[in-house]
Design a protein. Structure first.
Length: 351
């Protein structure tokens, strides 16, 4: 016997009709209506510039009318309990798919997560709901804000303790406590940097109505990763070099920890540049696409026909007015700074 919440439930196979007896059918109809309402009321435009699939919206609303969810055009009230044919239901699901593809990354689930339970102007709303938020996504970000405040308080406490212990005339009295606090502070700043980035991203997603509650664990994992990045970036402080001047970037451990937490790519790109500078790469380090596109380079003096003067032959037609000056080689090698501090995403210096 089929599960009552399965897609097959609600379809009367003997009569070939679909009813609202299953939660799947009602959920699909409600989700499609919610998505069509959002697209029409906000003038949503896809990233590719596609036109709103009005024909798909007509199919969705037509199916809702036939099932008795929406009122008919003649003023007849909704009449739940109606049914539509299986063919009409398949046409509805194809229209829903087109509408969901057009509105992506906004979905019925994200609209439900970011929809306010009560209006902001509703005077009957309790102060507690106003404090914690009136939508599931907003309640999550408020709790995440509380986590950020706790981390900030812990950092301030640590900074005050380090300063207080440093005032003691006996430098050995709180030596290990002060050293431990100084070691842990960059980790805390890394976690705080991650919280700043995540809160900024979360509120942007809420405004865009594309906040997905299924990604909540990713937020807390990102805080842990930011703390690790903030503590580990201190190990590579001597390798943060300005590619233009060759000078070492002078940043405090707190600043490095916060930046590494805000952008974890800051740490990973630094490690990649250090590995590339120390260990030469071979074909085994490349992925299959890179191996396929990488051609074996011949020695400089044996390219072409293999003769030692091949390079001179290629430059032979560039004498006189057509000669091009050769760029002088610079043997000075500097590890470019991380992304966001004068370097592009691929690690090359920005110009």
């Amino acid at each position: 016997m089929a599960d009552e919440n399965s897609p097959a439930q609600g379809i009367a196979e003997s009569q070939g009709v679909v009813t609202l007896d299953s939660s799947y059918t009602r959920g699909q109809i409600n989700g499609a209506l919610s998505l069509s309402e959002y697209v029409l009321s906000t003038g949503f435009q896809s990233a590719s510039g596609e036109a709103v699939p009005l024909d798909a919206i007509e199919v969705v609303q037509g199916a809702a009318v036939k099932l008795g969810i929406l009122a008919t055009g003649d003023g007849t009230a909704p009449q739940p309990g109606r049914s539509i044919s299986a063919t009409d239901w398949n046409e509805f699901e194809r229209a829903y798919y087109r509408l969901a593809t057009f509105a992506s990354p906004v979905t019925a689930e994200t609209l439900d997560a970011t929809r306010a339970i009560t209006s902001i102007s509703d005077e009957s709303e309790t102060w507690w709901n106003r404090l914690i938020g009136n939508s599931p996504a907003l309640r999550f970000t408020r709790r995440f804000s509380f986590v950020s405040i706790v981390i900030a308080i812990a950092i301030l406490t640590g900074e005050c303790l380090v300063y207080y212990w440093g005032l003691d005339a006996d430098t050995t009295r709180y030596a290990w406590q002060r050293n431990l606090a100084q070691i842990l502070l960059p980790w805390g700043y890394g976690a705080l940097g991650s919280c700043a980035y995540l809160l900024r991203s979360a509120h942007y997603f809420i405004y865009q109505r594309c906040f997905d509650l299924r990604r909540k664990p990713e937020y807390f994992n990102r805080v842990l990763l930011g703390a690790i990045s903030g503590g580990a970036i201190i190990l590579f402080v001597d390798y943060l070099v300005d590619s233009d001047s060759g000078d070492t970037l002078h940043l405090s451990s707190a600043a490095l920890g916060f930046v590494a937490g805000y952008s974890t790519d800051f740490l990973f790109n630094t490690i990649e540049r250090i590995v590339a500078a120390i260990f030469p790469r071979d074909n085994s380090d490349l992925n299959p696409k890179q191996q396929a596109g990488k051609k074996a380079a011949l020695p400089k003096d044996q390219r072409g026909d293999g003769s030692p003067d091949e390079a001179n032959k290629k430059r032979g037609g560039e004498d006189g007015a057509n000669a091009q000056p050769r760029r002088a080689r610079n043997r000075k090698v500097a590890i470019p700074p991380a992304e966001g501090m004068g370097a592009a995403t691929d690690g090359t210096p920005k110009r």
